[in-house]
Write a protein that binds this ligand. Structure first.
Ligand code: ZN
Length: 254
């Protein structure tokens, strides 16, 4: 699939590449026998993550490193069953009224698991979908159409109001996507009633979307510590992904 990057994105990718290529292969990305050097494998994987628009700070999260107990088991199950979820159009609605309960982290983990399997993943804010509707380019719509897993963050309460004109648009969107071999994961801070109202959680939707309540208390401290260490570190693409993921991704890519 050909991809259109903006000039800004291309410049950023070039910068990432320069940072990631290593001395071992003389910054060529290939070994003497013409096979990919680890650094080039890493770059190809990073390029996918970058294209997915999953935020950088979520690239290195793992289910098996302290996060397993902090995320609901449905997230684990989803990650293990991604091809089936896409095939059947099954998604999730991650909910918690509070911020910092790991919704975006869970999305990023699921998205990354999809990328590793060679699936096309797209992360966006709900507001971007709304804005796109009124724009000429329809970039977001295009990305959604060309993706297998769509991660929609911050489905805001304002959309959930009964009389909001966006609600109808939203319903059409999910109906058209869910039945179309795509898996959508939503994150929302709405409470049960609001979610029921917005998603119209009738039997039809329940067949496609599982409501997953995040554990509110568990996550916040971790995030606070993350902030404290993040502010002290420079953005570093060299170590932003784990070689285990990279190897798995390259293997699946064939
Ligand atoms: Zn190298």
């Amino acid at each position: 699939m050909s991809r259109e990057y903006s000039e800004k994105q291309l410049a950023e990718l070039q910068k990432i590449k320069t940072e990631v290529l290593c001395r071992k292969c003389n910054y060529a990305g290939y070994k003497d026998d013409k096979t990919l050097c680890d650094c080039m494998k890493k770059f190809i994987f990073i390029k996918e993550l970058y294209f997915s628009e999953i935020p950088y700070e979520y690239w290195k999260f793992y289910l098996d490193e302290g996060l397993k107990e902090k995320l609901p088991s449905t997230i684990h199950l989803y990650c293990e069953r991604i091809p089936t979820a896409i095939e059947k159009g099954l998604g999730m609605i991650l909910t918690s009224v509070k911020r910092g309960s790991g919704k975006t982290t869970a999305m990023a983990i699921a998205g990354k698991a999809g990328i590793i399997l060679g699936k096309r993943v797209y992360y966006t804010f709900f507001q971007n979908i709304i804005d796109d509707r009124f724009s000429e380019n329809k970039d977001v719509e295009e990305r959604i159409r060309n993706s297998d897993i769509i991660l929609i963050d911050e489905v805001d309460k304002s959309v959930m109001k009964k009389d909001s004109p966006l609600k109808a648009h939203f319903e059409i969107l999910i109906r058209s996507l869910a039945s179309n071999k795509k898996s959508i994961i939503f994150a929302t801070n709405g409470n049960d009633a609001e979610i029921g109202e917005l998603f119209g959680m009738n039997e039809y939707f329940k067949g496609y979307f599982k409501l997953v309540s995040m554990f509110d208390e568990n996550f916040r401290d971790t995030r606070k510590e993350k902030w404290d260490s993040a502010i002290k570190e420079n953005q570093n693409y060299k170590n932003c992904v784990d070689m285990r993921d990279v190897e798995e991704f390259i293997k699946n890519r064939g």
